[in-house]
Design a protein around this ligand. Structure first.
Ligand code: CA
Ligand code: CA
Length: 232
C-alpha cells in the first residue's frame, strides 16, 4: 500500500505498524435546544428528564442551574439526564466540545420540605406536632413552614390526625411518615430531604415516656401505603 495516491494527494503507509484504529468525530457546531428544550418541565431531584436539540453528540456535561448531572447521550438529538441532588430552579446547560447551550426556559425544582418538620428547624420533635395543632386550632398559619410538611400521613388533608400520626411515630414507635421523611426506608426522596436540611439520615422513635402517648391507632391503609412507597 506504500505510495498510494488519491485525487492528487500521495501518502505512505508503513505496513509493519498497522493495526486497529477507531475513528471518532463530534459536531463542529454548537449544540442547540429545539422545541420546548426538555421535558418534563419540573421535578425534584431524581426526576428523569429528556433534553431535545441538535449537535448533542460528544456532550461532556449537563448542568441544572450550574449543578452537574448524570446523563446519557442517546442520539445527536436527545439526552436523557437525572435532576441532581443539589439542583435548584434554573436553566439547563449542555456542554459539548463545540460549545455549550443554555435553555431559555427554567427547569423548576420544587422547594424542599421534610414531612414532619413543620416549623422548619431541621429537627423533628414534639414542637412540630404542636405547630400543627397551633395551625389548626389557634389560627397561626405563619408558624407552619409549609402545609405539605404538616401532612404527616400524606392524605392530602391537614387535620388532627396529622399531629396524632407524628406523635405516634415519635413517642409510640409507630411507622415513620411517608417520604420525604429522613427515616422513611432510605428512599431517594428521604435521603434528599435529609441532606437538603442537614438532618441525620434517620429520626428515631420512640424517645419519650408514655405520658406523651395519644391512644390513636395507625390505620391499615396508611401502613400499606408506606410499605408500597418504601420501594421507590
Ligand atoms: Ca421541627
Ligand atoms: Ca393529612
Amino acid at each position: 500500500m506504500a505510495g498510494k495516491s488519491w485525487n492528487g494527494f500521495k501518502w505512505n503507509i508503513d505496513d509493519t505498524s498497522m493495526g486497529q484504529f477507531v475513528l471518532s468525530w463530534h459536531p463542529t457546531t454548537r449544540p442547540e435546544f429545539t422545541g420546548t428544550g426538555f421535558s418534563p418541565r419540573s421535578g425534584p431531584p431524581g426526576t428523569k428528564v429528556t433534553l431535545r436539540g441538535i449537535n448533542f453528540t460528544g456532550a461532556t456535561s449537563v448542568l441544572f442551574n450550574g449543578v452537574s448531572a448524570d446523563f446519557t447521550v442517546t442520539s445527536d438529538l436527545r439526552i436523557t439526564t437525572t435532576v441532581p441532588l443539589d439542583a435548584t430552579t434554573g436553566p439547563i446547560t449542555v456542554v459539548t466540545p463545540a460549545g455549550s447551550v443554555t435553555s431559555a426556559n427554567e427547569f423548576k425544582v420544587p422547594a424542599p420540605f421534610v414531612r414532619g418538620d413543620t416549623n422548619a428547624d431541621s429537627a423533628i420533635d414534639l414542637s412540630d406536632a404542636i405547630w400543627i395543632l397551633g395551625f389548626l386550632f389557634r389560627g397561626s398559619p405563619e408558624t407552619l413552614s409549609c402545609e405539605k410538611s404538616a401532612d404527616t400521613n400524606d392524605d392530602q388533608k391537614l387535620d388532627l390526625s396529622d399531629a396524632v400520626a407524628l406523635l405516634n411515630h415519635l413517642f409510640r414507635g409507630a411507622a415513620a411518615p411517608p417520604p420525604p421523611y429522613p427515616g422513611s426506608a432510605g428512599t431517594r426522596r428521604a435521603r434528599w430531604a435529609a441532606r437538603r436540611l442537614g438532618l441525620a439520615s434517620s429520626v428515631a422513635g420512640p424517645s419519650r415516656p408514655s405520658r406523651w402517648q395519644i391512644p390513636l391507632a395507625e390505620t391499615a391503609e396508611r401502613e400499606e401505603r408506606e410499605v408500597s412507597q418504601s420501594g421507590e
